[in-house]
Design a protein around this ligand. Structure first.
Ligand SMILES: [Zn+2]
Ligand SMILES: [Zn+2]
Length: 148
């Protein structure tokens, strides 16, 4: 954690956020749920929940998408806003905020891709200097079953 601050917003601007404790890295999730939710893959910056201030919360809709997590979007424009583990305990979640919502998406480095075995064969990100985890790796690592 670098303690950086950052701001961002959805497509229509009804929902905005200000975050502190923003890491300089991001991860990619290719799981089937993130693929359908985003239309491609989730590129997510993981920010501690207590470090994010949301504005326009009335416009935030959430859906519990598994026994342990929810996904949120803007009711007005449909932009994906965050993925969050809602389960209490050691996996209790940060806000995983899509990279594309950040006003300045440049100063982040991709450090890992998960569910890499679920990535469509038609595209790949350039470079190879990052961790790649398969669905099974994720299950082994996080003791979570199924999709994230
Ligand atoms: Zn919006
Ligand atoms: Zn996912």
């Amino acid at each position: 954690m670098t303690g950086k601050t950052a701001t961002g917003k959805c497509l229509c601007g009804a929902v905005r956020f200000e975050a502190s404790d923003v890491p300089d890295s991001f991860g990619v999730c290719h799981c089937e749920m993130c693929r359908r939710w985003t239309g491609s893959a989730l590129l997510e910056v993981s920010v501690p929940t207590g470090s994010v201030i949301w504005q326009g919360e009335d416009h935030i809709a959430t859906r519990r998408t598994s026994d342990w997590a929810e996904r949120a979007w803007c009711r007005e424009c449909g932009s994906a806003l965050y993925y969050k583990v809602t389960m209490t305990g050691e996996f209790a979640g940060n806000f995983d905020i899509p990279l594309g919502l950040f006003d300045d998406p440049d100063p982040f480095t991709m450090t890992h891709e998960i569910y890499i075995d679920k990535k469509p064969e038609s595209f790949s990100f350039a470079g190879d200097d990052r961790k790649l985890l398969t669905r099974q790796d994720c299950i082994d690592r996080f003791s979570l079953l199924g999709e994230t």
